[in-house]
Design a protein around this ligand. Structure first.
Ligand code: ADP
Length: 540
């Protein structure tokens, strides 16, 4: 016997329709790439998103056709999220930090029909346009007057003229909630990038889960500033969860330096934010050098790579709670968040810090386990580490166009991360399997070493990598960037590790560099460092 409840498919346009009807006067604020501030309300966003949907009809796009975006966080990108997915097409967000040939490769693989881009990316688009075989229409996210007289890009439209031709009267279609809604390619550090294809159903369930009290606690009283880009894993779902909750949103555009973010936070009275650790480094440095504090910011979601405990502590001293989350593109991305349990509430901050610094507990919908190389489940003792496996309704089962290859083994997705889980269910990522350092049959967590190094007052950034060793197979090398004006040497750094890890886990050597290369999603590119230092002579 089936239940007798209304059978409304979970479709993405419902988020914005809800916000337009129930939170219609709530503002959305964007720093535009033009430099000025744009404001309107959810009602305005709904109206213009419907124009996008109609404009795609006018171009003759079919269901599930792909529309690419190469854009910063802003209101036009938000309208595309809804106009494209809401009208049953697929929004394909592309990371502009990838190399031009990768962008073209991805656009061809996705068979994008329409390609929308911020004017800042005009040179990139000019370079790739001749190689994008399936794109029929190029749309520059600007007014008609801002279009260049001659661009060489065929069928170039201005977004404002394109959607301005529509009257905004549009009925959202109703279709199967399992239909594809969004496409995002993995960064492709190993092999070609692979497309993760989100559905309306997975995106909706993920938005609910991401807003829960122990996830981000997003509410109608919040003003959220997502620094995490809309071009990568849907800005962690904020474009869906914010209208769902009726929260005000502030999009930072292309100005991601500490000063610009801080000023926007203060001007718009931002209460919560989201981003990877590297962007928060810039913000925290700005505050400490200017002696400033936040007047309204209360919490920030941090993930994408390990949030060093020193950073969580720095935010805490500024009255901001860090919600340390873990996930991946294949997981939409949310997997776990490090919120405290009831029994931790009475503890001192020094006792709470190591708990919230872990990657946290599984949100409802995600199940996880750690296994040994034979696939046997390992104990949740906080010490035994193993390969991390996950499953759930917003986790990929296959990659786009590789439908014949299942990603699941016995129903579980292999994350490629190595982790421990403690008795309270807190996950701690000890490494990515390819970053772990294998010394004499024992594993050294590069993340543990980096967290300690990052707590050193003179170190701005640190990566720990494996260097080949004749006796031990591999030994750890610390690659560090000094804070400006800091005066430290190798011995000084190595002494700092004494008593913090076992002696054999202390790096054999330290090299100082000016910068650590960051990948397209702001993560340290340890593979580049491994290549650069593969012949590094460790001291005997
Ligand atoms: P995203 O860009 O959303 O982080 P990716 O698919 O590019 O997604 O990368 C996912 C990987 O990033 C994870 O498998 C894990 O290795 C790493 N990662 C993500 N969040 C964390 C975290 N909080 N701590 C440690 N590693 C993390």
């Amino acid at each position: 016997m089936l239940g007798l409840m209304q059978d409304e498919p979970l479709l993405i346009w419902r988020f914005l329709e809800h916000a337009g009807r129930h939170h219609g006067d709530i503002e959305m604020v964007s720093r535009r790439v033009e430099g000025d501030i744009h404001r309107y309300t959810y009602r305005g966003a709904l109206n213009r998103s419907k124009k996008v949907a109609s404009a795609l009809d006018t171009l003759g796009l079919a269901q599930s056709d792909r529309v690419a975006t190469l854009a910063w966080n802003g209101y036009r990108h938000f309208e595309l999220y809804y106009g494209v997915s809401g009208s049953s097409r697929v929004i394909h967000t592309i990371n502009p930090r990838l190399k031009p040939e990768q962008v073209a490769w991805i656009a061809n693989d996705a068979e994008d029909r329409v390609f929308c881009f911020d004017m800042t990316f005009l040179p990139l688009v000019k370079a790739i346009a001749p190689y994008c075989r399936t794109v029929r229409h190029w749309v520059a996210l600007c007014e008609t007057e801002a279009l260049p007289e001659y661009s060489g890009i065929p069928n170039l439209l201005s977004y404002e003229a394109w959607i301005g031709a529509e009257d905004g009267r549009y009925e959202w279609p109703v279709f199967d909630e399992r239909l594809a809604a969004g496409l995002c390619y993995t960064s492709g550090t190993t092999g070609d990038p692979k497309g993760v294809l989100y559905s309306h159903r997975s995106t909706t369930l993920h938005a609910y889960a991401g807003s829960l009290p122990d996830s981000t606690f997003l509410s109608a009283r919040d003003c959220i500033l997502p620094v995490v880009p809309m071009f990568h894993v849907n800005a962690w779902g904020v474009p869906y969860s914010a209208p769902m909750m009726g929260a005000k949103v502030v999009w930072p555009g292309a100005a991601l330096d500490g000063k610009s973010i801080y000023e926007l936070m203060e001007a718009e009275q931002v209460t919560c934010a989201a981003g990877v650790p590297t962007v928060w480094l810039g913000l925290l440095n700005h505050l400490s050098s200017e002696g400033k504090r936040f007047s309204t910011l209360r919490r920030t979601s941090v993930g994408g790579s390990t949030c060093p405990p020193a950073m969580i502590d720095a935010f805490h001293k500024l009255g901001v709670e860090v919600l340390h989350g873990w996930g991946m593109t294949e997981m939409s991305p949310l997997g776990t968040v490090g919120a405290l349990r009831n029994k931790h509430v009475g503890l001192s901050w020094e006792e709470q810090l190591p708990i919230v610094a872990k990657q946290g507990r599984a949100v409802f919908g995600v199940d996880m386990k750690i296994v040994d190389p034979d696939g046997e489940e390992l104990p949740w003792d906080g010490k035994t580490s193993g390969d991390l496996l996950v499953r759930g309704p917003w986790i990929a089962s296959k990659y786009f166009k590789r439908e014949q290859e299942s990603l699941l083994i016995d129903g579980w997705f292999h994350t490629g991360d190595v982790a421990t889980i403690d008795a309270d269910g807190y996950l701690q990522i000890t490494d990515r399997s390819k970053d772990v350092i294998k010394s004499g049959g024992e594993w050294i967590s590069s993340i543990d070493i980096e967290n300690i190094a990052m707590a050193h007052p003179a170190i701005a950034m640190a990566a720990c990598i494996a260097v080949p060793h004749p006796k031990w197979d591999e030994r750890p090398l610390l690659v560090a960037v000094k804070k400006s004006g800091a005066n430290i040497d190798r011995e000084h750094v190595l002494t700092f590790f004494a008593g913090k890890v076992a002696k054999w886990q202390i790096p054999d050597d330290v090299v100082f560099v000016d910068v650590i290369p960051l990948g397209a999603t702001g993560k340290m590119q340890k593979s580049v460092l491994r290549e650069r230092f593969k012949d590094h002579a460790l001291p005997a």
